[in-house]
Ligand binder design. Structure first.
Ligand SMILES: [Zn+2]
Length: 172
């Protein structure tokens, strides 16, 4: 999933109003920030096959460290744990951990069956919404619009710069 992750980040502002949007986005996209690193190190593998899905030509051949369900719980614990150690705020740490896990759940909806349950797992899962462009747009769009709506209810901009900055960010 692409913009849907940002929708979840926006929406999380309702439960963690003091967290910066940047931190919420970082947690929601944490797995996709790890992924290029593991690709670069040769630990994970992707190939480009035009037409593999109607949405993306990427075929995720092997990504058990960044995107298996078991390791995702580990990454969530790490992100939440570091935040808790630094800020001593249980709720915010928990929200960040849930955001990290939410990435896998959203990927589960759109990916072809390629998400492992744990490293070495022969079972791979994915509901393959990426087989349909209209379905993908509907799902991604719903998550994004709902998240932005939650965010706009949870926050008030106290200047024109804040208002238009928010609009510019959403369009971007
Ligand atoms: Zn991902």
């Amino acid at each position: 999933m692409f913009i849907g992750h940002f929708g979840i980040g926006f929406g999380a502002k309702t439960v963690a109003p003091k967290m910066s949007l940047g931190s919420l986005f970082l947690a929601a996209q944490f797995l996709d920030l790890l992924w290029p690193t593991f690709l670069f190190l040769g630990i994970e593998k992707v190939s480009i096959v035009p037409g593999a899905t109607v949405v993306t030509p990427l075929v995720f051949q092997h990504y058990p460290i960044s995107h298996s369900l078991a390791t995702v719980f580990g990454w969530a614990g790490l992100v939440g744990g570091i935040h808790f150690l630094l800020k001593r705020n249980c709720i915010d740490a928990f929200v960040l951990a849930v955001l990290v896990i939410s990435h896998w759940v959203l990927d589960l909806i759109v990916h072809q069956p390629d998400l492992p349950l744990f490293p070495g797992s022969v079972i791979v899962v994915g509901l393959n919404a990426w087989s349909s462009l209209s379905l993908t747009l509907a799902i991604e769009g719903s998550f994004f619009v709902f998240g932005v709506w939650l965010y706009s209810r949870a926050t008030t901009s106290n200047s024109a710069i804040g208002r238009w900055g928010f609009v510019a960010l959403v369009i971007f």
